[in-house]
Design a protein around this ligand. Structure first.
Ligand code: SF4
Length: 514
């Protein structure tokens, strides 16, 4: 009995898209705040791991489980052997998971405490959240890579190699970089003001997975990043504002990447990482090529108005039986206002198409609490769902989330709805749909208001809020206080956020900007 579970069988199941150097001179723990299965489906984790390996860094991966979270996947080495720890933070609530993981390893959570603790590791983060608002990580991290990691990673490695004299040297060296925030020095001497780093282009082989494993949540899947950013104008969404400009993997390069990967690696499916697959100009050609290669396909997201028989057939051929539709709101007026100008008839038409082409289920995504929402919008969700049940044979999963205002978005300054209103509206939806006697063909997934409130508080966190969050965490609370949005906005502007040009024009909602 060893008392811990080795990652050996996980290692054995991995196949590598290209050989990567082993060993390295800088022991570096790369952590993803979720399970191995979920982390293997995160392309950012693949990017960073591959880049570090190629730079000769001795990087090893850590996940929350199911094996030991404090031993590396590569060699079962204990976390305590790694003087550098970095984490990829994609979502606000991952901040909480990172704190819990560090605490479980008895690592002091704040940079202040670690600074006084001999031998404590340097803790850094990167990931999508740092393109929206990195300040929830302020009290926790020695350094935060802002924006696209590929812009800064090589320089971060060079500075850490240079600053091996000690923690202060490392802080100093990192603070010279334009897209790296070093919280311990921010108050003393200011910080970067150039905002998040932006990669110029998506380039193979960085646009694809580094490893493939059947344990990935998507199955034995090669992930390919087709597009980053979005030119649509949905007012609740961070993508058009925080992840500008839109970058696309050129079609010839996408094809050669896929063909090369298919020759050298065993995978069954290609997972297209792109905000809206239908907006990729050569999507049809790409899907045809995948069919010729006998690979199935999955899309991270497919906008309702891009859905046609060809796209549905591509999904169905790959074994998918469910389709995701995101009307977001219950009435046409509110949908138009939020940037999804879909009529009820269009939604019904797409659902009928999916049913006719052999799909069996539709997942419907709605938000509650969108600005301007009235009771009739909630009633509209119920009646649209009812029409879908009547007009198709699809079973429906109604997925409902509270609208969370995010910094940098046109609706970022709007109110976050209260738990009472959310509870009342979700009860109304459940009761009105179940009372119509359709229990067998409908199921509900109501997101937790508490988790959404945490997301809101962390999403709009200021540096001061971050200190309070840490205190609350240490006190065993998971109850956020309302964030100080004014302070967060001022601090983000100081860091150079919100400077990307964006045309906010209601007439453009739902269309691609030129
Ligand atoms: S279509 Fe709208 S919701 Fe989808 S990624 Fe683009 S802006 Fe966001």
């Amino acid at each position: 009995m060893t008392g811990w579970k080795s990652w050996k069988t996980y290692r054995e199941d991995e196949s590598w898209v290209e050989p990567l150097p082993k060993g390295g001179d800088l022991p570096w723990a790369l952590f993803y705040p979720a399970s191995y299965e979920v982390g293997s489906a995160n392309l950012g984790m693949h990017h960073v791991y591959r880049a570090l390996r190629r730079s000769g860094v001795g990087v090893e991966r850590f996940f929350l489980g199911p094996q030991s979270p404090y031993r590396s996947v590569e060699s079962d080495t204990l976390l305590e052997r790694f003087p550098i720890i970095t984490a990829g933070i994609a979502y606000e609530n991952d901040v909480w998971s990172l704190m819990a993981w560090l605490q479980g390893a008895s690592i002091p959570l704040s940079w202040k405490e670690r600074g006084q603790c001999r031998g404590a590791p340097l803790v850094g983060v990167g990931g999508s959240l740092t393109s929206i608002n990195p300040l929830s990580l302020y009290a926790l991290c020695d350094f935060i890579v802002l924006g696209d990691g590929e812009v800064s990673l090589a320089d971060v490695v060079a500075r850490l190699r240079r600053g091996r004299g000690g923690r202060e040297d490392q802080w100093e060296a990192l603070s010279e970089l334009p897209h790296v925030l070093v919280p311990p020095l921010w108050g003393r001497r200011g910080g970067p003001s150039s905002g998040p780093g932006k990669a110029q282009a998506l380039e193979p082989p960085n646009a694809a997975s580094a490893w493939v494993t059947p344990r990935c949540t998507f199955g034995k899947t090669l992930l390919v990043e087709l597009q980053r950013g979005c030119r649509r104008g949905c007012r609740f969404c961070t993508l058009p504002r925080c992840f500008t400009p839109l970058r696309r993997l050129p079609f010839p390069e996408a094809l050669s990447l896929l063909e090369k990967a298919a020759r050298g690696t065993s995978f069954e499916q290609v997972g297209l990482i792109t905000p809206e697959a239908g907006d990729y100009p050569e999507i049809r050609g790409l899907l045809e090529r995948l069919t010729a290669l006998r690979k199935s396909v999955s899309f991270a997201s497919l906008r309702l108005d891009s859905l046609d028989a060809f796209m549905v057939d591509s999904l169905h051929r790959g074994g998918r039986t469910a389709l995701t539709l995101a009307p977001e709101a219950g009435t046409e007026a509110l949908r138009r206002s939020c940037g999804k100008p879909f009529t009820d008839e269009l939604i019904l038409q797409k659902a009928r198409l999916a049913a006719e082409r052999g799909l069996r289920q539709a997942k419907l995504y709605f938000m509650l609490g969108l600005p301007g929402e009235e009771e009739e919008d909630v009633a509209g969700m119920a009646s649209l769902t009812e029409s879908l049940l009547q007009e198709t044979r699809l079973s429906l999963v109604l997925s409902v989330n509270p609208f969370v205002p995010k910094p940098g978005t046109p609706w970022g300054e709007e109110a976050f709805l209260s738990a009472e209103v959310y509870e009342r509206r979700t009860s109304f939806l459940r009761e009105s749909l179940l009372s119509r006697g359709r229990r067998r063909r409908i199921s509900f997934r109501f997101a937790s208001h508490r988790e959404a409130a945490l997301e809101y508080a962390l999403g709009w966190s200021s540096s001061e809020d971050s200190e309070e969050t840490l205190d609350r965490f240490l006190a065993g609370e998971r109850a956020p206080t309302p964030p100080r949005r004014d302070q967060a906005r001022r601090e983000l502007e100081r860091l150079g956020f919100f400077r990307s040009p964006h045309r906010e024009n209601p007439a453009d909602h739902g269309r691609c900007f030129p």
